[in-house]
Every structure is written in C-alpha cells, then in structure tokens.
Ligand binder design. Structure first.
Ligand SMILES: [Zn+2]
Length: 319
C-alpha cells in the first residue's frame, strides 16, 4: 500500500523533530536594561529584576519630579519578553530599582507575583496594580537561616529573599533610607518619596519537573558581610549558574565582592549597576565610577578560576 508511505514518513519526521527539540537544553537569555534591570528568559519563563529603564537626568532627580517616561521606556523594552514575565524581584525601593514598574505592570501578566520589600508594597499601593505584591521582609533568610520560597503561579520559577544592606551613596551617608509602615496616599513623584526600605538579595530558580535547572543570585547593591549572603546548605540542591552583583561604590567595603563570590562559585559573574544611569541611553554608556569598576574586575579575575566568565554587561545587549 504505497499510498501510506508518505504519511508514515511525515509522522516519523514529526516525532523525530519533536524528540530533537526536547533533547535541546533550554537556553538562558539575559537582557540588560541598565542599573539592576534585567529580563532573564529561559523558554517561556522570564524573570524581571529591579524594574527601571528610564534614566531621568541628575537635574530632574535632584530638583524635579521623576515619573516614567512611557515613550522612552516603550522605545527600549522588548514587549515579547515582558509579556512572559512570571516573577518580578526588586532589591529595594529607591526610584532606580522600582520606578518603572507601575507602567510595566500593564504589559506583564496580571498573575505575576511582584516580590519586593514592605516599603515598596506601600509605595506602589497608590497605583493599584493588578499583580499580587509579596513583601519579602517577613520570610527573608540570612547567611545563617533559610527563608521562604515564593513561587510563580505555575510553579516553574521561585525566589528566596535574603537580608542585605545598601551602601552609602556619598561621603558615608545613606540617603533616603526610611521604611514605610502604611500605604502612601499620594503618587510618589520626587526622589525622596522612593525610600529604600529593607534591602534584599535574591536567589532565583527555574524549575523543570520540580528540579532546579538554572539558578541565579541577584545582589544589586554591595553589602558588608554577612549581609546579602545565604546559607551554604542551599547549594546542595544546585550551584549558582549566574551571579549578578552591584559594582557601584566599591570603595565602601574592602572585602566586597570576595565573600559572595567565594560562597556562590558561579559559572558567570555579571557586574551590574555600573553605568552612569543619569545619562540617556542615546548617549554612549559610561561607568559612574570607572576606577572602582576596574578595581573590582581586577580583584575578581584574581579570585576566580579561569573558567569563570566575568562580564560587564552593556545596556540593551543580550548575554
Ligand atoms: Zn539604592
């Protein structure tokens, strides 16, 4: 019955292609938007970190009102990835880690949990976003204690927050370090409205059949040890594939990033929040502290094995 042969061949080809596709390991695609803002995509599962894409000028930040420039954010963000965001984590609630989330919440799915600190929850309450807000302070871990996992709705991703800290911005002073205990009734519109709250670092897992397939650790501000660290026992389940660490202000803590790098022993290190975020993305990217960035890169190269990739990501590029 030669009539059936082409049909059989097609069925065979279909199953062959399906099997090949299943056998391919899932690729991780990290897109950097500047400061601590990334989308980290594996298949259909995307993480969004420290949502901030607009770069208001220093004059505006210090003397004016700061609000999301929607046309600017639209120009630079990739909506296809944002529509797949299944978890959002924000390390603290300064404007350069959170300000564009109310606008982006119109693009990310309504069911996506937003994990931030309590101050962020109170700050953002004004916007009445559809997504559930998870204040991670209560379940946060420390270097000695395991915290609570927060899952995406479909349980393909999870995150655990750890108690961290924020370095001083200048001359040993940490500005805007208050915590809110209740919802704001007015829209946050000037820099001092965006108070820090409890700074957190995050472990994030991508799960395949309930097993960790990829793990990253996100620490967008440098912290004095043991702040920002996690208990070593968590590594028994899976090591750290990518470590994303803040690179600004490296003069503050002489030991940073030694302890976090020694704990994580990651395959790749991405140095984040390194660029001058007061400059428009239309201008060439420049380090906010080029000597500090150079010193940190040098010290990492000395500490890490030659297999560890050390990357200073360029905003709007993929890694
Ligand atoms: Zn900050």
């Amino acid at each position: 019955m030669p009539f059936f042969y082409p049909r059989l061949l097609l069925i065979f080809l279909f199953y062959f292609c399906f099997a090949v596709a299943q056998a391919q390991p899932t690729q991780t695609e990290i897109r950097y938007y500047g400061t601590g803002c990334f989308t980290v995509q594996r298949g259909e599962n995307v993480l969004l970190t420290d949502p901030f894409i607009g770069n208001p000028s220093a004059t505006k930040v210090l003397f004016g009102k700061i609000r999301t420039d929607t046309a600017y954010v639209k120009l630079y963000m990739n909506p296809a990835a944002f529509r797949k965001v299944k978890l959002v984590v924000a390390a603290h609630s300064h404007y350069d880690h959170l300000m564009d989330l109310p606008y982006l919440s119109n693009i990310i799915p309504d069911s996506t949990p937003i994990v931030c600190n309590k101050t962020g929850k109170h700050l953002l309450s004004f916007y009445e976003m559809k997504q559930p807000m998870v204040a991670a302070n209560d379940g946060m871990g420390t270097n000695a204690f395991v915290g609570t996992w927060h899952y995406s709705v479909d349980s393909t991703m999870r995150t655990m927050a750890f108690k961290s800290m924020h370095p001083p911005q200048t001359a040993g002073i940490n500005f805007w370090n208050k915590r809110y205990a209740q919802d704001l009734v007015a829209e946050p519109s000037i820099v001092s409205d965006w108070q820090e709250g409890q700074t957190l670092s995050y472990m994030v897992d991508w799960l395949e059949d309930s097993v960790v397939a990829y793990r990253m650790f996100f620490m967008s501000s440098m912290a004095k040890t043991p702040n920002g660290l996690f208990p070593k026992e968590l590594l028994d389940e899976h090591g750290i594939d990518d470590l994303l660490i803040g690179a600004s202000g490296s003069a503050e803590y002489s030991s940073f990033p030694g302890p976090v790098v020694e704990l994580c022993k990651p395959k790749r290190i991405l140095l984040i929040h390194w660029e001058n975020f007061f400059r428009s993305k239309e201008e060439p990217f420049k380090a906010i502290d080029s000597n500090g960035l150079e010193a940190m890169t040098k010290s990492l190269k000395e500490k890490c094995s030659s297999e560890t990739q050390i990357i200073t990501p360029i905003p709007l590029n993929y890694y």
